[in-house]
Design a protein around this ligand. Structure first.
Ligand code: ADP
Ligand code: MG
Ligand code: ZN
Length: 476
């Protein structure tokens, strides 16, 4: 029997507000444990939560960016469970009436595109963090994160493969970064994902029993864990077994998932409306205001790059993967209006450099203006493409303008025909044997002569002229 996999993702995005969702403690990451806390986020008795308006605005931004319908009225709910990182014994979340529902995002895989439904987006507070000391066998509680705002984005079970899951996650991450509500950092946990997965006989309508995978803190882990889990479930079924609904933990060292606990049901959480918070009412004016403040979104920008700059879809996808990279590209094109050339150099050299050094485009040691100047120098034949690589490396190191580097190091391309001719004749003189071999048919030696000229001119000779002149002289 053929099986297909069915995947639905729950994504938590930590919102970049200055203060927490129900108190005015700072949300800054990395402070000394328990220094960003107060009576409210410590869950002391008798305190009341006060909603941070910015959190609602950020959730609305995401709702609009993912084509959701924003509920005019939504409710806060208490999700009750016991864990040491949750001082109140409940998490304030949204349950029955979330802020937004019925959305979608479009994703693109190698050769097809697909719409993934978004079931709902809701707001909630984060819990604290446990820090385990393996040596002493004790654990510490850090409540700095308690009360940091999150949105949870729940997808429909529309995803069919680990690759689609990866594309969907990248798309969501790109959107939250574009609209400036989350820094999208999987490693630091400001963008987290749980994956629900089941299998069913291909063609079946009914969903199979799912498992929920946790501890997926990189895109690669998500895809690997899903691959592993699909195979595991298929093997269980092939062996006559039955999938049990459970939560499983991804072990990145052993590349497998392990059972963590049986999956809890909603009723285990004893959800009920939070009596301390009024229903949240959002009017049309506010929605319109937020909508008009949104920037151009990744998919739109990509389409525009394809039509406006005549770029291949692949290039447009890479260049619009972050708003800052897209801005960088557009700034370059303003100075040097050859989009494909700019794209080639950004994807080939610049991104290579940034990835190797693990720097973001915002921190690029080479400004867009200098980058475009470099391409101009090549275009005007002032330097060769080969020398440009050297100049590029120097720009990365020193941050100097390409013009300054070319002048200081005397790298200007040699385009003087007479000068090149002199050098060519000189080399042919010094290599009579090779010249003879060449004339007897060993035409591979042409490259050798080119190499000699380049060596002599420290790479500065215009390659086209060298070829031309060498050809002429060797024919003679
Ligand atoms: P919970 O909060 O208990 O995890 P939800 O019903 O809200 O539950 O579902 C969470 C996610 O699981 C959603 O993304 C949904 O699409 C997905 N999902 C639900 N049932 C299945 C299933 N049988 N197989 C795969 N994914 C599923
Ligand atoms: Mg879940
Ligand atoms: Zn607080």
């Amino acid at each position: 029997m053929q099986f297909e996999s069915v995947i639905g993702l729950e994504v938590h995005a930590q919102l970049k507000t200055k203060t927490k969702i129900f108190c005015n403690c700072s949300t800054l990451f990395g402070a000394s444990p328990n220094t960003h806390t107060c009576a409210v986020c410590l869950g002391l008795p008798g305190v009341l939560p006060v909603l941070n308006k910015k959190v609602v605005e950020f959730a609305m931004r995401m709702a609009i960016a993912t084509n959701c319908k924003i509920g005019r009225k939504s409710m806060w709910a208490r999700k009750n469970y016991f864990y040491p990182d949750l001082p109140k014994g409940y998490q304030i979340s949204q349950y029955e009436m979330p802020i937004a529902e019925f959305g979608h995002v479009d994703i693109e895989i190698d050769n097809y595109s697909k719409r993934i439904g978004i079931t709902r987006i809701h707001m909630e507070e984060d819990a604290g963090k446990l820090v385990h000391d393996q040596k002493r066998q004790i654990s510490f509680v850090d409540l700095n994160r308690a009360g940091v705002p999150l949105i949870e984005i729940v997808s429909e079970p529309d995803i069919r493969t680990p690759e689609e899951a990866g594309a969907y996650l990248r798309q969501l991450r790109s959107i939250v970064c574009y609209i400036g509500i989350c820094d999208g950092n999987l490693e630091e946990g400001s963008f987290r994902c749980d994956a629900n997965i089941s299998i069913r006989p291909t063609g079946d309508e009914k969903l199979g029993t799912r498992t929920e995978l946790k501890n997926l803190n990189s895109f690669r882990h998500v895809e690997k864990a899903l691959h592993y889990e699909i195979n595991r479930q298929k093997e269980v079924v092939a062996g006559g077994g039955r999938i049990i609904q459970q939560t499983r933990l991804w072990d990145p060292l052993k590349n497998r998932t392990l059972p963590m606990r049986s999956k809890e049901e909603a009723h285990d959480y004893r959800y009920f409306p939070d009596p301390d918070l009024l229903p949240l009412v959002i009017d049309e004016d506010w929605i319109a205001e937020v909508e008009s403040s949104l920037p151009e979104l990744p998919n739109k920008k990509k389409e525009r790059f394809i039509t406006q700059y005549k770029l291949p879809s692949y290039d447009a996808g890479v260049l619009t993967s972050s708003r800052e990279l897209a801005d960088y590209f557009e700034e370059c094109v303003q100075t040097f209006p050859n989009p494909k050339q700019v794209s080639n150099w950004i994807m080939g050299s610049l991104l290579g450099l940034l990835n190797a050094e693990n720097i973001s485009i915002e921190a690029s040691p080479i400004s867009a203006h200098h980058f475009a100047q470099l391409l101009e120098l090549i275009d005007k034949d002032i330097i060769s493409g080969k020398i440009a690589k050297t100049v590029f490396e120097e720009m990365a190191k020193s941050g100097k303008s390409p013009k300054q580097i070319v002048e200081e190091k005397g790298l200007i391309q040699l385009t003087d025909k007479c000068a090149i001719e002199k050098i060519v004749l000189n080399i042919l003189d010094q290599c009579p044997q090779e010249v003879e071999d060449y004339k007897n048919g060993k035409i591979k030696l042409f490259g050798f002569f080119v190499g000699q000229v380049m060596k002599k001119t420290k790479g500065k000779a215009n390659p086209q002229l060298v070829n031309e002149i060498l050809n002429k002289k060797l024919m003679a």
